[in-house]
Design a protein around this ligand. Sequence first.
Ligand code: CA2
Length: 143
Amino acid sequence: MKILVVNGPNLNMLGIREPEIYGRESYADLEKYIESAAKELGCEVEIFQSNCEGAIVDRIQEAYGKTDGIVINAAAYTHTSVAILDALKAVSIPAVEVHLSEPMEREDFRKISYVGKACIDRFAGFGFEGYRKAMERLIRSNQ
Ligand code: CA2
């Protein structure tokens, strides 16, 4: 099974600020965590990060017909992007929403998720572990 992990804006800055919310580990640590979890779960994974909404839309479109599942932490675009929602709907690949923190317990503007409207499930507030849970969920939905 092939899984694409999409990470949105500022996640490449992990570990640099706000450790009380996002932890002390870096983005490179997150990549390592995802790669090792995917290996243990027996799936192929590709990780993509961008700070640009259009680049994320382009990457989701490229996955059409080539990827079995998408794990997406669209970061701030979660709460604003109809374009990313439409891209997920257009490719119709099962997708799971992930957040390191739990946006529902934060500011009101983080309580809306456009991206989530195209996802089969959501894991938030589990830190890095949320990515593993999302991959496991996609594997279950593919069986
Ligand atoms: O909890 C999550 O994973 C979020 O998707 C992270 C986003 C935030 O906008 C979402 O509401 C929830 C932020 C991405 C990373 O932001 C950083 C900010 C400061 C230092 C390092 C990263």
